[in-house]
Write a protein that binds this ligand. Structure first.
Ligand code: SF4
Length: 465
């Protein structure tokens, strides 16, 4: 018995040492330390508690002195002049003893007073601005991820396969499309600062993601709400702006696919990045319709001719461009003539991928109050079918032109002899599949050259070369 006990104990000790060695090897840097000054009333104290909770949850430690900290947070009070003076003094001391000071709280609601007195503070935010404070902390001193202690992986919990991930850059929308209630449900546009988005993207890439799918309600509007404010990413300032974000994402060395782009004129700027191979030559622009009077009633920009001209320009700049779009058929007031214009547009613009929806009068949508004649359900359905048939023909023609060509495809699902993947022209879930025969073993996330041998309207078949 005694021998057995010793052996068991030795095993336990050995296992513990191994774990300690391994852990020491993985913990590359000590936990960053934050010095926290909390001033003001109980409401401010609650704000401080929440910020400190977030800091601790993310692995930051609290420092008793400014000098021993990586950064200082001062939660200010702006209630009385004497409280403001006390807050300014706390900021001064933080700057003097540490140099990296993040200011938040009531006095931060009037940032000019602080910025004028202390232009060197890293960030200023108002009360309850937990996200802004954490963002400033991340910029000043990134959290040290501990793979043994953190409940979630560094890149967060993802519901997609390991090799692709959605990157949400903003929430809400400032447009007023008459069929849509998203602005009512989700509110106005709120963009995530570029630095925050880019750090998330970097973590995803480090975790093995090979394709980033940029999403939002309105990707082209990214940063408008923040007036394109700069934020820190690595050693530089990056503007919170569609084109700047696209450029930075394009430097991460993975596929970057842009979704949900409202057709603003400045979208054209992204074409250069596509031509240079920085981001995928893929534009997901929900045009919704092509007939000018329907678009007007939808409160959407553009008309058949202008849109065609733009698409021709895009294709001239990027011959391999894939245009994906969505359309609504049977919008109130849509005539047969309007609908035919939409069909002509699909063919003339050679829309590569299209999704179509029959119009539904969503409760609360402004379109319900336009007083336009509703399109009968059977006509709506018939138009939907006609649109899909037209689109299939367009799509099949485009697919057939790929036969004999070599295209790049990302592997999604490995099969014994044939794997499933997607070309640059295909987003996961919504576009076509490429069936890839291969003599060598492929892995999910591999990007391979495929010689296309056959095609139908949606899918391609070929061999990895
Ligand atoms: S359809 Fe899109 S762009 Fe228009 S209001 Fe809704 S979310 Fe915004």
């Amino acid at each position: 018995m005694a021998g057995l006990f010793v052996r068991a104990r030795e095993t336990a000790v050995l296992a513990l040492s191994a774990a300690l060695v391994y852990r020491t090897g993985m913990s590359e840097r000590p936990a960053p330390r934050i010095s926290f000054v909390s001033l003001g009333c109980p409401k401010a104290l609650v704000d401080s508690e929440r910020i400190v909770t977030r800091l601790r949850a993310e692995g930051y430690e609290l420092s008793k002195t400014h000098a021993g900290a990586d950064a200082v947070i001062v939660n200010t009070c702006g209630f009385l002049d004497s409280a403001k003076a006390e807050s300014l003094e706390a900021i001064r001391v933080g700057l003097q003893e540490n140099g990296k000071v993040i200011v938040t709280g009531c006095m931060g609601a009037e940032p000019a007073a602080i910025a004028n007195a202390y232009p060197d503070v890293l960030a200023i935010s108002g009360p309850q601005a937990y996200e802004s404070v954490m963002e400033a902390v991340h910029s000043a001193v990134p959290p040290a991820h501990d793979p043994f202690l953190d409940l979630v992986p560094e890149q967060g919990v993802k519901l997609t396969p390991r090799h692709y991930a959605y990157l949400k850059i903003s929430e809400g929308c400032n447009n007023t499309c008459s069929f849509c209630i998203i602005p009512k449900l989700r509110g106005r546009l709120v963009s995530r600062p570029a630095g925050e988005v880019l750090r998330e993207a970097e973590k995803l890439v480090r975790a093995g993601v090979k394709e980033l799918l940029v999403i939002s309600q309105d990707t082209g509007a990214y940063g408008m709400d923040l007036r394109y404010a700069e934020s820190q990413f690595a050693d530089r300032q990056v503007r919170t702006k569609f084109i700047d974000l696209a450029r930075e994402l394009g430097n991460l060395g993975v596929w970057v696919r842009m979704h949900y782009i409202y057709p603003y004129p400045h979208i054209d700027d992204a074409l250069e990045l596509m031509a240079d191979g920085k981001i995928l030559p893929y534009l997901d622009i929900p045009f919704q319709h092509a007939a000018p009077n329907v678009l007007r009633a939808m409160k959407r920009p553009g008309d058949h001719e202008t849109m065609l001209e733009r698409i021709r320009g895009w294709r001239k700049a990027v011959p391999d461009l894939t245009v994906r779009s969505t359309f609504i058929v049977g919008f109130p007031g849509e005539t047969e003539d309007d609908f035919r214009q939409l069909l002509d547009f699909l063919t003339e613009a050679r829309i590569d991928r299209a999704g179509a929806f029959e119009y539904e009068a969503v409760g609360g949508a402004p379109a319900n109050d336009l007083g336009l004649e509703t399109v009968a359900p059977d006509i709506r359905k018939a138009r939907w079918r006609r649109l899909m048939e037209t689109q299939q023909k367009v799509s099949a023609k485009i697919s057939r032109e790929k036969i004999g060509r070599r295209v790049k495809a990302i592997v999604d699902e490995v099969g014994p002899t044939v794997s499933r993947g997607r070309t640059m022209a295909d987003a996961p879930q919504i576009d076509g599949t490429t069936h890839i025969a291969s003599h060598r073993r492929l892995r999910a996330g591999d990007i391979v050259d495929v010689k296309i041998e056959s095609a139908d309207a949606y899918d391609l078949r070929g061999t990895a070369v």
